[in-house]
Design a protein around this ligand. Sequence first.
Ligand code: 26V
Length: 835
Amino acid sequence: MSENDKTPAPRPLTATHPLALAPVSSPPATVDGFVREFLVNLNLERGVALSSATETDKYLALASTVRDYLVARWLEDQRRQRADQSKAVCYLSAEYLLGRQLDNNLLASGLTDIATQALAACGIDIDSMRAHEVEPGLGNGGLGRLAACFIDSLATLSVPSIGYGIRYEYGIFRQVFRDGQQIEKPDAWLALGSPWEFRHPEAAQTVSFAGHTETYDDDGVLRSRWVPAWSVRAVPYNYMVPGYQNGRVNTLRLWSAEATKAFDLRTFNSGDYVEAVRAQTFAENISKVLYPEDSTPQGKELRLQQQYFFVAASIADYMSKVLPEDFDLTKLPDRVIFQLNDTHPVIAVPEMMRVLVDERKLDWDAAWAITQKCFAYTCHTLLPEALEVWSVDLLGRLLPRHLEIIYRINDEFLLAVRERFGDDERRLRDMSIISENPASVRMAYLATVAGAKVNGVAELHSQLLREKVLHDFDEMMPEKFTNVTNGVTPRRFMRLANPELSELITAALGTGWLTDLERLRELESYAEDADFRAAFAGVKAANKRRLNEVLLARDGFAIADDHLLDVMVKRLHEYKRQMLKVLHIVTLYERVVSGRVAASDLQPRTFIFGAKAAPGYAMAKRVIHLINAVGSVVNSDPRLEGRLKVVFPPNYNVTLAERVIPAADLSEQISLAGKEASGTGNMKFALNGALTIGTDDGANVEIRELVGDDNFFLFGMSEPEVEELWARGYRPGEFAQADDELRRALDLISSGVFSGGDRSTFEPIVSNLLYDDRFMVLADYTSYIAAQERVDAAYADRDAWTRSAILNVARTGFFSSDRSIRDYIDRIWHAQPVR
Ligand code: 26V
């Protein structure tokens, strides 16, 4: 056979093929191009013609179309990140409260106008598409929403980064009210399918649990290894995180638990089909549901499984997929920083040690030196009950090797404490990562010992962390501690949530402010311009109408447009003091029904509440019941002549926040000083031109400093005053004795007028306030009522109010999450944006 007879072998489609290098190109960014892509997706992906497509078909095809425009940049950024030598940020968070994706992704890719026109050409109203999306509620509140703002800013600032988390099948529960009481319904957010995610089974990781540890001789070196009892498969789902009109697309990787193949096969072969299916369900349970407890950890085994599951998968993913194979691990700190979003991912610390020592065979000291530079920890609370601890018993059963590693970290750390402070038994006991009776692991201490940096989330919070919660650690290693004040993304919470205000600002300042929010300062001079004030007031009025559209559609009621809109939206918790707001409402009501004040003398106000209570938090649920009960009495009492309204739309979420916040006149930030780590809702309100009534707590302190005392209604004890009163002995009864109106309000609640005459329904709330309240509601009542009177007086001069509102917007550009991310880069990560 001659050479010539050989048919040439087909050239394999290798990585050098042009399509493999630049796999896709974006469709043309024109109306026609968009229409074409949309119809192709409708036909090929949904298998329907436009004429017969349902709203869901259209929504899913639209989402795919937007994706198609982003995917080329995404692939390019993934390739670059692998090839790049620059340092990357891995943000580890058990929660991402993303909110709806469609509008954000349209805005980021600059396609909003094109898509609007293209859909109109197809006879589709884009607003109906927006309304069709179910938001992924993969978080509880502030911490999860902060993570979502941060990944937006990381992408917008072109920081090489990846967010890791859990793809819960059920997010935060859907809240409904029955007879005014909260009922929790499952949040089946995946029911329509999730068009923004890409499942990658080929990139799955195996995550193991339980079993035992053993030592063995490895060529003369004594080593430990973990022999796990069972394992699950962690399958990643990738989400695109587009930067704002900068061509950058980062990745959010959420892990879903599935049964391992090996596990399946073994059981199937043994003939036990039912057991195999059960095993599958068992595995899937791990990512089944988000724990709805915000701030009170329950020490549940499944939650520890969730934490280890996503953290182990993420570290394995980073080490095997992102790092080159022959990478010199001593250089790891130059390549990556893992940011721990609260203690939930802290089990990553012993996991990294296990990988470095047991798997990569580094010696302990070298591994510890690396680990200590690769992690940083953000604390999000001050409440002692919110600090996570895991019982040694549970941890040892589920993660025996990790417990050994934690013990060794602790032993060496306590040696260092002894070296520094001598045999100071108090200090040794208080600083130990392991506490006794019952033996448990303090995750915040582990994070502090392991982390290169520890930060709080507002100036006051960081200061209190150093002075109180982590005082001993601050004395030993003060250089670790720093502050990064939280921020919010102006793309979602200004541009998308408040399009009219955004237009007004752009008309005044030109473009560019959305990525350089300090430029809002330039609005200060406009506060003196009567035409601008009129336009600003017009935007607020329009936003109230926009809010009414959704309130009417989802709940069947609307708010009157001449009312001061007074808003308190956040998780329901005693420390946040929704009860103070309730006492204010009851006081106004009592003044009128007792005849001391004429209804016509009341400033018309609508009070909006939005709040979910943790399902097991009885007091919080009772407060929800009371708010609804007060609402139904107040709203229907003719003596008030419609001047006070209380509305509590159920199921407050990101989507509702985007409508409520831009419409608000007054923002309620009324936690007991020293308890709210930061707050981020407070920032969103100020940036949208609401005035704050608030205590000197969390980021309120910084908001007030920036906007000035004339544009902020401060009330209540300061944190040192709280401490002093607590030390002296807080006797709530004395405050009730001293304020006639407070006593009347409490009596009215006790009397049963809000519970159909039943005096027992809300009695536990009243007696809690009078005898057992750690959050000192009654101590701040008088000052709060006085501040509300200042609010009414200020609102009477509407033009002056508007001026203050404009100054709030102008002076709070500091609270962009872009600034927070820059602070993380400078103070903690030392990573560089890559262009
Ligand atoms: C804790 C736990 C405990 C176990 C069960 C599930 C779970 C879920 C979340 C949390 C964290 C609560 C801490 C938290 O959300 N802190 C909030 O963080 C915001 C962002 O920094 C901050 O603005 C709020 O003031 C702070 O309360």
